[in-house]
Design a protein around this ligand. Sequence first.
Ligand code: 2AL
Length: 175
Amino acid sequence: MDIQVVNAMNYEEFVNVFGNVVEACPMITAAVWTDRPFTRMCALEKSIGDFIDNLPRSGKEGILRCIPDLAGRDLLRGTLSLESQGEQSRAGLTSLTPGQRSQLSELNASYKNRFNFPFVICARMNDRDTIIQQISSRIRNSPEHEIKLSIEEVKKICHLRLLDIFNQVPKAIKL
Ligand code: 2AL
């Protein structure tokens, strides 16, 4: 995907292509369309990051609440977005042992009970073991610190999703 192609998109096309770079938050994509033209992918990424940073705490928590649990009900039911499905299976979450699955499910529930949003981590930069280590340790953080860390993870997920889109060969010339 070429930046000129991105800059020529109307807002419907733009939201269609980039609407899930922040999971289930196409409103963010729709908002940053106003910032065109973008010089390159990192300029689009910065617009998204700035938009998120400027949200009040409730808005940041709202973004986190739109992110599906790791190895949660949606993964079991096959109802994750394509992006999340790929990320969670690459992190090995589709092949957890029953013991690991129940450990993660208990940790997810305790984390949610404490913070009122799900545990969020960039699954593609982790694996089963580091995810379990991270949730076990991050659950002890203050809510303020956890919102900050979680939003940084959202940005990492967004970065990798943008890279996927920008590296895609346009359908017309795919071999
Ligand atoms: C996810 C997800 O679906 N993909 C990812 O990288 N992280 N979910 C989560 N709760 O962290």
